[in-house]
Design a protein around this ligand. Structure first.
Ligand SMILES: [Cu+2]
Length: 173
């Protein structure tokens, strides 16, 4: 039987020492960045959540749509252009409702909830992800910094039509 000629860390060579030190320092940096980035990173969207019910949230969204609807998209989903402040969107099998038309540089409180099961509210291509849960009114405070059309995809598997669950947020100049 062939045995290693010696145990590699006895004695510990200079190169091994350096690599161990680099790995250790880097692991400390990464650990420190987790809490640091939470406070100084610009990618964190301030969010709070409140209790609601699917019935209550649906009613709120419908009143919101009735008040600010400006058209419908190709799938017959209302397009809503509200003033800065509270705006609403719900997910349900298998739709995001309504389409929001917002203005760049204005600040909105986006209320997100679900009318049935758990959905994932994933805003692309900026890659912001939030949970859409029934009974929770999740409020995301955000100020769009770029104009254009953003896609909302569902990234929590919600049965047969999951892949078709695509919504839209339009940001105007
Ligand atoms: Cu879904």
């Amino acid at each position: 039987m062939l045995q290693p000629q010696k145990i590699w860390w006895k004695p510990l060579g200079r190169l091994e020492k350096n690599w161990l030190l680099i790995a250790f320092v880097w692991s400390i940096v990464l650990t420190a960045m987790m809490p640091l980035w939470f406070f100084i990173g610009r990618q964190n969207v301030p969010a709070t959540s409140f209790r609601t019910t699917p019935e209550e949230f649906k009613e709120t969204v419908e009143a919101f749509v009735a008040k600010y609807q400006v058209g419908t998209d190709e799938n017959n989903v209302p397009i809503v252009a509200p003033p800065p402040g509270d705006v609403y969107i719900y997910g349900r099998q298998w739709q995001w409702y309504p389409v929001l038309k917002l203005k760049k540089g204005e600040t909105y409180r986006v209320h997100v909830s679900s009318l049935d099961v758990q959905h994932g509210f994933s805003l692309q291509p900026v890659n912001l992800t939030f949970m859409a849960l029934p009974n929770y009114d999740y409020v995301i405070t955000l100020t769009p910094t770029t104009s254009g059309e953003f896609t909302v995809v569902c990234n929590e598997y919600c049965l047969i039509g999951h892949h078709t669950m695509i919504g839209k947020i339009i940001i105007e100049e």
